[in-house]
Design a protein around this ligand. Sequence first.
Ligand code: SF4
Length: 228
Amino acid sequence: MRIAELYRSVQGEGRLTGVDSVFVRTSGCNLRCWFCDTPYASWTPEGDDLSVDEITERIVALEATHVVLTGGEPMLFAELMPLCERLRGVGRHITIETAGTLYQSLACDLMSISPKFASSAPPSAEHPRWHARHERSRHQPEVMRRLLGDYDCQLKFVIDQPSDLAELSHYLADFPQLRREQVLLMPQGVTLADLESRRGWLEAYCAAEGFQFCPRKQIEWFGLQRGT
Ligand code: SF4
């Protein structure tokens, strides 16, 4: 499978924030969010094709017990299943970060799903083909139901503007099995100024509605840098 980067760092988002982890970033995505902060794994995918053996060896050499399989969209790859089996075999805790549009049956300890709203679509004038494909693919309720039924899940929503909150309510109404504490709302942004500009109203909304506010700690700690 094509790997854009593989490194050890600290998880900056969600339930496992602060946990030392190895990150494996697969390259390639079926969506094209305009705000994608890893364009080298979506818009212009980079990286080498590595075997499951090679990836496992590199992960084991980095000696962290937690592994985060992220992207791009890692669920695009059939090799994800044997890779997860190997990692389970060597005692690793496995998080998969996905947009929740594709299903696979895997060894996975935490399914971290980041569903995408209408506001994530790339501009239709500039990217008509990707705009249409993104809109067709981004919401797959049947896939989400299977993921929620089969895995321990957290849902991390990237919130760009207050109008996203109405879409959030509609979205959540389709999944009554979700508990509020599984839902994390994260401000859109790749600079501290971007994040701060959305923090006030989003944090207040989370407090009022019982959702978790999810800071992007890796931006605070490292800025937007590859390998962090
Ligand atoms: S789903 Fe994730 S990796 Fe894919 S384009 Fe959107 S933000 Fe980027």
